[in-house]
Design a protein around this ligand. Sequence first.
Ligand code: 3HC
Length: 392
Amino acid sequence: MDIKQVGIVGGGIMGAGIVQTLSSFGYPVYFKDVNDQLVDKCFMQVEKIYESAVKKGKLTGEQAKERLSLIKGGTDDKGFDQVDLVIEAVPENLEIKRQVFHLLDRICKQGAILATNTSSFSVSRIATFTSRNSQVVGMHWFNPSHVMRLIEIVSGVETSPEVVESVIDFCGRLGKNPVQVKECAGFLVNRLLGIYMNEALFMLEEEGTPILIDQAAINIGMPMGPLMLGDMVGWDVIYHSNRTLYEEYGTRFALPKLFSKMIEEGKLGQKVKNGIYPAGQEFVYPEHIESDAHLQVLSNRLLFVMLNEGIRCLEEKVASASNIDRALQLGAAMPKGPISWADELGLDILFQGLERFKAMYGERFWPSPLLRRLAQAGYLGNKSGKGLSILA
Ligand code: 3HC
């Protein structure tokens, strides 16, 4: 299907970035939200992104105005009967999603593709809220959605290959990199980020020093620390996603106690100007913190849980080794893909490190069966000339 016009439901942080991306590539966009205040907020967010693009010299003021004029927003269903694709980006609440998909199924033309930006619910389940299961697909964007170049494409059990092909082609036309991932809780990127952010909160419970924990991530080359990332994405969003991971995968995703405390106290991050870091404060990392032995342990804890989860995803065929690497670099700005990173580090080093951390901190560090097998059979990664990449 040739996608020419698009509808967006939900104009929050993610939805606004999606609206801006689509309009910036010349697509007419209809978006809807539940009240005028939220509609205005979405327009303001989109305008802010355009203003920044003009300031950075990426667009002229005139071009920005033209692209803004492609956007129609409101609380009604106007335009939704014409669109070829709808992207749902409403809060992670199954009942809300049920109502939205039920409505879309009724008002959208036959043949229109209905995509969900869910980070935690099953696409197959969401598809059952419609009478067009084969036309429902997962299109999982990453925050900030106008910046991050990855979109995970997820098929439900009945999604048609033509629908998948159409959305993959469409993502390419938006300058994004689609990566097909198997349907499972957290898909791919959120599994690695989820376990990494849990680990950061466990450290915070032990240490109480956010700067040190974030610095431990910066030292391994992450673009921002996990606690800053949580403030950016919203702790309620991450809590919801990580709870789903726990329900599906069990104890290695057990939630730090701090999570529910933060939710109860309303410390949801930048959107409410109250998170791990103080209200609305622009956080500046210290110039340089020497990487001492303690900081190195924190860095290794953050890195090893992520690499281990990446290897589990490889073993479960969530995606190929090269796609796992590509997705994590594009969706979470990891400096190296987790599979090649593990091969470079040495699978024996990773395996022994995980075993040590397992003895100290518990089951969440349990080495993946594939890692154990390879490390014990002498497939040690780059240094032995054979490792995970031979499975690519
Ligand atoms: N909140 C919102 N937008 C932000 C931001 C923040 N805290 N920090 C930066 N940005 C925006 C800027 O406004 C700017 O937008 P513009 O292009 O419209 O002006 C853009 O990001 C680039 O900013 P900078 O030039 O300052 O670039 P940096 O080099 O500092 O990069 C970053 C910022 C792109 C956010 C980078 O730090 C990064 O890649 N961080 C990792 C992000 C990540 O992991 N995202 C995935 C989260 S998980 C997810 O979304 C899945 C969902 O299901 C939960």
